[in-house]
Design a protein around this ligand. Structure first.
Ligand SMILES: [Zn+2]
Length: 126
């Protein structure tokens, strides 16, 4: 949460409960989440309805702050994931379109990228 607070201070934006909730959702998920999964989680955590525009706005803020990156699946649907110190490797299944984190350590600095995607069939589809 420190990184988020730093970004909020730098951008001089107000604290927002919904922003915090969306960040927490991404923080506790190891896999990438698409917008529907984020909405579903948010509904469980927050009593009021958060509009889809609000969620997109917060996600855009996280991306601008380099706290979160987004990647697209084969259907060009965006999935969101928290940036880590090491680059994340994801396998996008060419058959069922699932995105799974691959246990691999790559130096993000060396790659100059927050993530790498591999396109191949997942275990279930093989
Ligand atoms: Zn598959």
């Amino acid at each position: 949460m420190d990184k988020l607070q730093k970004c909020i201070d730098e951008h001089k934006v107000n604290n927002s409960r919904t922003r915090e909730i969306i960040y927490k959702i991404l923080l506790k998920s190891d896999e990438c989440l698409d917008i529907n999964q984020i909405i579903e989680e948010a509904t469980n955590l927050y009593p009021k309805k958060i509009s889809i525009n609000t969620i997109y706005r917060h996600l855009r803020f996280f991306i601008d702050c380099k706290l979160v990156f987004s990647l697209q699946d084969n259907l060009k649907v965006a999935h969101y994931c928290l940036c880590k110190d090491e680059a994340s490797v994801f396998c996008i299944c060419t058959k069922c379109n699932s995105i799974k984190r691959v246990d691999s350590q790559l130096q993000a600095e060396l790659l100059d990228s927050d993530f790498v995607t591999i396109h191949k069939k997942c275990k279930e589809c093989k």
